[in-house]
Design a protein. Structure first.
Length: 396
């Protein structure tokens, strides 16, 4: 992952303070230890901390177009950037690097705000369109990459992490009390609000435009919508199509100039990805598993069995209760909010171990949501059937 941040003053005569922008950027050094870059032009400043994954030698950010009229900072990975690059070169665009970042710049030149509709990947980016005096930003379809922002009458700020915004002198950390009920009910906030008053997040599948006058426009460009018109497909078709799509997704995620591994729990989800990854690579892969000292709470035996089956180079981490609780302040710092999920602690230590061997990992996250694997889904269907009864029994 990388970290991005930036400042836009609505008064063109007010220059961005480079010290403040550097402080914001430095706060996210853990997101991008490989490189750093800053673009400053009077009332506009963009900065990035980079974790190098593609084009390690010439992928320095911020990135600009041919004449330097558009500058961009980017966090993420675009899986179809090679085919997009071929199309853009055919249209006359000239590349200076082999990065997916530069592809977005040229896409924006060609299609404007609709460039995001052609991107396949995970991303959060912001670009400064100097001729139009406009800051344009976007977040990927399901919100894998974060994008936070803060705005008053004079300035617009954005960053990959809330703690970066808090380094700017005008931003004060205040509790957003109105958001507490939702957070305590669901352990997360589903909308634009955060637990910090005045700091908001760009929703998944949305773009954001801020012009120099301060006017801000936020629009959705994607949402989940049924596309088959209620048609029921045969079971065999669903299984074969899902497998083909999953294999294609795993293959696309292996596009990298650095070592790639996989988090392996031993469950169906991560095991399927590890097996497909081994098949595609045609060689042993690195797998990483985490468990607890108490065997009754550990999945390590299952992960070890899968690792033996696919012949991976397997790495394990075992956690005790002392290590678990000692890590909580660090995890709260990184998550920018109270720690809701105990699994975050285990994943932190697992990622730290994986970093010793690889730069990128694949995981089985998301399959329970896409395949209705959680018990809450059938319970929700039953509750919907009894909705009228509940409403009669409960006070208004």
């Amino acid at each position: 992952m990388c970290g991005i941040c930036g400042v836009l003053h609505f008064d063109r005569a007010r220059d961005v303070d480079p010290t403040a922008l550097e402080a914001m950027n430095q706060r996210m050094v853990h997101r991008g230890p490989d490189d750093a870059g800053i673009y400053l032009s009077h009332n506009v400043g963009l900065a990035v901390r980079r974790l190098s994954i593609i084009d390690l030698a010439s992928g320095h950010q911020p990135v600009c177009n041919e004449d330097g009229s558009i500058w961009m900072v980017f966090n993420g990975e675009i899986y179809n950037h090679t085919e997009l690059r071929c199309q853009l070169v055919a249209r006359g665009h000239r590349y200076r690097s082999h990065t997916d970042t530069e592809t977005i710049v040229h896409l924006y030149e060609e299609y404007g705000r609709d460039c995001v509709r052609q991107l396949r990947g995970m991303f959060a980016f912001a670009l400064w369109d100097r001729p139009r005096r406009r800051l344009f930003a976007a977040r990927d379809r399901i919100g894998i990459k974060p994008f936070y922002y803060w705005k008053d009458d004079e300035t617009f700020l954005f960053a990959s992490e809330i703690k970066s915004l808090l380094k700017y002198p005008a931003v004060r950390p205040e509790l957003n009390r109105e958001a507490l009920p939702e957070y305590l009910a669901f352990w997360y906030l589903s909308g634009e609000e955060t637990l910090f008053r005045g700091i908001q997040k760009l929703l998944p599948g949305h773009t954001l435009e801020v012009i120099e006058s301060g006017a801000t426009k936020i629009d959705p460009y994607w949402d989940v919508t049924p596309s088959n018109g209620g048609r029921v497909f045969p079971k065999r078709y669903c299984v074969e199509t899902y497998r083909a799509m999953l294999e294609d997704a795993v293959s696309s995620h292996l596009m990298s100039d650095v070592p790639v591994g996989v988090f392996l729990s031993g469950g169906v989800d991560s095991s399927a990805i590890a097996a497909l990854m081994t098949k595609i690579r045609g060689e042993p892969i690195d797998t990483f598993s985490v468990g607890y000292e108490r065997s009754t709470h550990s999945e390590l035996p299952y992960a070890h069995r899968v690792a033996q089956h696919i012949g991976s180079r397997h790495h394990e981490v075992r956690l005790g209760s002392g290590v678990f609780f000692d890590a909580l302040p660090t995890l709260i710092f990184h998550e920018d909010e109270p720690l809701a999920w105990p699994s975050s602690v285990a994943l932190y230590f697992l990622a730290r171990r994986a970093r010793e061997h690889v730069t990128v990992v694949l995981t089985g996250e998301g399959s329970d949501e896409t395949l209705a694997g959680y018990a809450r889904y059938p319970w929700t269907l039953w509750n919907e059937r009894f909705d009228r009864l509940y409403r009669r029994l409960a006070p208004a």
